[in-house]
Design a protein around this ligand. Structure first.
Ligand code: FAD
Length: 280
């Protein structure tokens, strides 16, 4: 943590994270939190992850934070058994619903997309509506996935995609990923449901604002989402302009893979990290 991870991760404990969530709320920002961890391979371990998330949901409600939860299905056992992950998530989502909470299912590597969308659909068909998921614009399959989801009036976060994927499944060129993002974004905004525009790309933020204004799309139909520690000034500028901004604010002792993804996205972050490491 002292080595620079604290810029991107809100501590190792829930107590540390709650301090950060409250500070973000005081600045007019919404937040979500994630107990960092993924790829759990022991069924017993998923029980403790579910327990930890119950505690998070309760703490958010008790402290009246404007925050919700985002989690990874591989943290709840998706690599062990899809049914186990579904049951774990259903338990949590039902609990969150009793406390006025909301759960976002993050999207992971492409081999998990089918199962993730199946689980999201099953929850919605079981009448659990305070859940959302994520679509990644780098995948060729995403326009078809979006069309299939639209009848559910889904709550979707749109991202470019953070994992290393083969050119057989994802656009290798950034310009193609960006162009696909725009097409998906416009389709989502024009259809029902709620869109979380999750990007730090100023051009896409501006495009969203302009497109929504031109098409009479209410501000409560979409929100911006950014990562804790990334472009904080842009986050606050948007709040000042009256837009909802949610800051994804993860915590936990297993912060290493998360930090590596953030560093991989931007060499400048690596420099920042190294400087702090040397100073530390
Ligand atoms: C709230 C949120 C949730 C996410 N959830 C998922 C998920 O469930 N699944 C998934 O695959 N991916 C997820 N991602 C990651 C996403 O897929 C991208 O990898 C990441 O957001 C970088 O792409 P970008 O859209 O910000 O734009 P880029 O095209 O990467 O960058 C545009 C500009 O934004 C700035 N910027 C971008 N990233 C950084 C950074 N790390 N540090 C500093 N500046 C930066 C730079 O100025 C850059 O020029 C999420 C991202 C966000 C914001």
């Amino acid at each position: 943590m002292q080595l620079g991870a604290a810029r991107f991760v809100a501590g190792e404990t829930l107590d540390e994270c709650v301090v950060v969530l409250r500070r973000l709320n005081e600045q007019g920002l919404h937040a979500n939190t994630t107990l960092l961890g993924e790829g759990v391979l022991e069924p017993g371990e998923t029980e403790s992850v579910v327990g930890a998330y119950r505690t998070i949901v309760d703490r958010i409600a008790d402290e009246q934070l404007r925050a919700n939860v985002a989690l990874k299905l591989t943290h709840l056992g998706l690599e062990i058994d899809e049914e186990l992950a579904y049951e774990n998530l259903r338990t949590l989502a039902e609990h969150a619903a009793t406390r006025g909470g909301f759960i976002r299912i993050d999207m992971e590597q492409s081999q998990f997309v089918d199962a993730t969308l199946r689980i999201y659909r099953r929850l919605r068909e079981a009448g659990i509506d305070a859940v959302g998921t994520v679509l990644q614009s780098y995948l060729y399959r995403t326009p078809a996935d979006l069309e299939a989801l639209l009848p559910l009036e889904p709550n979707l976060r749109l991202v470019k995609g953070a994992y290393l994927e083969a050119p057989s499944v994802a656009y290798p060129k950034k310009s193609d990923v960006d162009a696909a993002y725009v097409r998906l974004l416009e389709r989502m905004l024009l259809e029902g449901g709620h869109t979380a525009v999750a990007t730090h790309d100023s051009a896409l933020v501006q495009h969203t604002i302009r497109f929504a204004a031109d098409h009479g799309i209410d501000r409560d139909r979409f929100e911006f989402q950014m990562l804790y520690g990334v472009r904080p000034q842009l986050q606050l500028d948007l709040v000042r302009r009256g837009y909802k901004v949610l800051v994804a604010t993860p915590y936990g002792p297993e912060w290493y893979p998360y930090l590596m993804r953030r560093l991989g996205e931007r060499p400048a972050n690596l420099l920042f990290f190294l400087k702090n490491t040397i100073r530390g």
